[in-house]
Design a protein around this ligand. Sequence first.
Ligand code: DGL
Length: 263
Amino acid sequence: MTEKGPIGLFDSGLGGLTVVRALIDLVPSESLIYFGDTGRFPYGPKPPGEVREYAQQIGDLLVERDVRAVVVACNSAAAAALSDLQIRLPVPVIGVIEPGVKAALAATKTGRVGVIGTEGTIASHAYTKTAAALSPKVEIFAQSCPGFVEFVEAGDVDSPELYQLAQEHLAPIKAANVDVLVLGCTHYPLLASTLSSVMGPQVAVISSAQATARAISAIELRSGSNSAPTHHFITSGDPNTFHALATRFLGSEINDVEEHSWS
Ligand code: DGL
């Protein structure tokens, strides 16, 4: 392990790129390695034990690549495996849930906060428990949104079909009169304009991806290396599809994508 190694991040697919984007904007001097487990996507509907096993494999792989820290850039993996990875890996491990909750608590005026995420994240009650520990008065209204991540992985972030599904999933959260909505899945910031237009201008939309990037930049992980930063991408799915969508979602050209096969 080297003090000057890159920061490693992972997600089930493309969603964690929202954390990568926010991190590059905040700390452009950092080198990053991103692993998108597209070949085993999605994590949300899978049992927590299976997601934990995948998270351990990717954590070990990133440590073999000499990362200085691991960012679990996936709420479903953080809900299932964060504390496990923090014990297992010999580097700091940072999740997306606590930074998102803290940003929501800072933003809410009414104490009524909506959280949307995958089935796994919502079933884990990770947001409700974290919020209760930090601020017992805040009420969390949580809703799983099956289907959203598949739209993102297909490159569709604003079709009428997506808008229709968003109206259905967000109806209970709207009815609860929340003043903040936490995007408790790293894929969802890519749908932010659709989700925001369904919720209306009176609801502040908080991205757990941006809140996490701010938390990482605040804890002085900077390598202090003088060499130009590198951004390396690995996928367990099709590298060409990953390259095309990652370029679009990151808004910048990325180098070749490494293909990883789980044997
Ligand atoms: N991006 C992942 C998250 O934050 C979820 C996608 C999936 O279901 O695999 O939860």
